[in-house]
Design a protein around this ligand. Sequence first.
Ligand SMILES: C[S@@+](CC[C@H](N)C(=O)[O-])C[C@H]1O[C@@H](n2cnc3c(N)ncnc32)[C@H](O)[C@@H]1O
Length: 258
Amino acid sequence: MGRGKRKHVKLRAPVTSQGHKNHSDREIIDKVHQLNQKIAAGEDVPKSARLEIEKAGGINAYQVASQRGERKAKYGNFTSAVWVTKQLKSCGLKPKDGRLRLLDVGAVTLQYEPFSSWIECEAIDLNPQHRAIIKADATQYKSSPFNVIVLSLVLNFTGDAVERGAILRNCRRLQVDGGHLFVVLPLKCLINSRLFTTERLDMIMSSLGYKSLLCHQSKKLSFHMFELAAPDRKETFSRKTLKRGPGMNKFEIILETS
Ligand SMILES: C[S@@+](CC[C@H](N)C(=O)[O-])C[C@H]1O[C@@H](n2cnc3c(N)ncnc32)[C@H](O)[C@@H]1O
């Protein structure tokens, strides 16, 4: 080939990029995930964590990146609305007439829009990314009672164990008797924490008046469906070491009096 006749070679993205559209997304998400790991490990870093997240582009940047589907990389092809609506149908809870009132706590997208014929969704988030999502803190949110409340990957996102308990208590206040609460958590919060287990979650929920209807696990996530069946016993749950072992995290939920 002569000097002036070089063949044009189209450059391809390196295989290691895993097809991420935007390099800064990866950095922001890695940063937030690292912080979440610190939080799950029980390090008391909520304030400094927030500062670090701000430095990494802010929670806004994380949520926007999250919307681009990055969460898929971590938890696979999972959409909580698909799982929740499937469970409601299989439990015979899809109404023949009218709509169920559903509260989606920590909503990044409007996941329940495709189900609007039978679900009236109120979506809230501390830092909404969509006009239709209400800016609100789930520890204090007030509204008319809901048939269904969804906490999908929210309790682990919150860095403070007391705040996790406060979210659960407020959900109890917002729930109609006989209503259903869905919780999705990373599996490691339940199987690899020295301070938390599925039994501990069920005890806390039972003290709030919920009975466990269903619990199953995927490779990375743990899925729980509860039914509000009894009065709140107004009990408290403080820190308790339940397991010991190397490399375990310190995820926990602390339930204080309301
Ligand atoms: C990982 S995202 C969960 C997204 C979505 N629920 C899902 O399953 O894909 C966690 C969200 O919970 C929100 N969040 C955390 N604590 C909250 C609180 N106290 N009140 C309302 N939203 C909260 C965060 O702002 C964040 O958008």
